[in-house]
Design a protein around this ligand. Structure first.
Ligand SMILES: [Mn+2]
Length: 307
């Protein structure tokens, strides 16, 4: 497979050769990747400070970009070649130093993208980074919801003495903006369950979702503008085993795509992040699947998004 793609690359000369590959999502040539011409901008954020079980999310962005070199550029679902509309890849966010400084840099970087009318695509890294990303969206947009696809609610007030934990990230988000719609939960603690009930949060638990009509009920719970955060443990571990806190009973490829398509068609999706991939040896299918998912999201944005 790799050899075949390399032959294609060499013969069509469409791609940057791997030897001089410099962190470009999909590895396409520079006329498709300039900042100026691209609405979609990929921002790699290798932030990892609070992962509690399996580790390795700091390596997620590299693995996603590496795997993206093998993603087919034509998308048969939308009959489009989204890369032709431009996908710019930023340099990695610097994730050394204090969490406060890193978070404020993340918010600044996203704010700049939004001021430039970009469609930010954050790739993690651990889920904690969604809070500083969302802060920028929340400052920028009115009527904004956050749609969280995740196995976990991440609503703990704090976790292991940290307010910036992956396990409390959506509590921080909720404090900024209560328009939180959670999908796919199948591991919540009692306090989170109480919090969900007390605040009457629209939480679509995994065991609820295999009934007809659930997709539309979720979409009805969203405001006009939607930011999507996708923790890869939302997927079933058979789809994505490479994540720190896997939970059985998750979601599969096509049901996820059909749901996300509906969201893009019916709402104005203003940005996304995809977090918590922990690349593992012999599980490169997980890296590839997440790369392909990100390309799908960009494709949906170009096809149905408000560009
Ligand atoms: Mn999460």
């Amino acid at each position: 497979m790799q050899i075949k793609r390399m032959e294609i690359l060499a013969s069509k000369k469409r791609f940057i050769k791997r030897e001089c590959f410099v962190k470009n999502f999909l590895g396409v040539e520079s006329r498709f990747t300039s900042y100026q011409k691209s609405s979609a901008v990929v921002l790699p954020i290798p932030f990892e400070k609070t992962t509690s079980y399996g580790k390795g999310t700091a390596k997620g962005p590299d693995a996603i970009i590496e795997a993206s070199q093998y993603v087919e550029l034509y998308d048969e679902e939308t009959n489009t070649e989204p890369y032709r509309k431009g996908i710019h890849t930023m340099a990695d966010m610097d994730c050394d130093g204090s969490t406060e400084v890193i978070f404020s840099n993340i918010t600044d970087a996203i704010s700049k993208l939004l001021n430039d009318n970009k469609f930010p695509v954050g790739i993690g890294g651990e889920h904690a980074l969604t809070a500083p990303i969302f802060r920028a969206f929340n400052n920028h947009f009115q009527n904004l919801s956050i749609l969280q696809l995740d196995a976990h609610a991440d609503l703990r007030y704090s976790y292991e003495d940290s307010h910036h934990s992956h396990a409390s990230v959506m509590r921080r988000v909720f404090e900024m903006n209560p328009n939180l719609v959670q999908v796919g939960m199948r591991a919540v603690c009692k306090k989170e369950a109480d919090f969900i009930q007390n605040h009457n949060l629209p939480v679509f638990f995994a065991h609820h979702l295999h009934h007809d009509g659930f997709q539309q009920r979720i979409i009805q719970a969203l405001q006009k503008n939607v930011y999507i955060t996708l923790d890869v443990d939302y997927f079933d571990p058979s789809v994505i085993p490479a994540t720190g806190t896997p939970e059985p009973g998750g979601f599969h490829w096509y049901e996820t795509l059909s749901f996300l398509q509906r969201v893009f068609m019916q709402k104005r999706v203003v940005g996304v992040d995809v977090v918590e991939l922990s690349p593992a040896e012999h599980q490169h299918h997980a890296d590839f699947t997440i790369s392909k998912l990100i390309y799908k999201l960009i494709g949906y944005y170009y096809k149905w998004g408000n560009t």
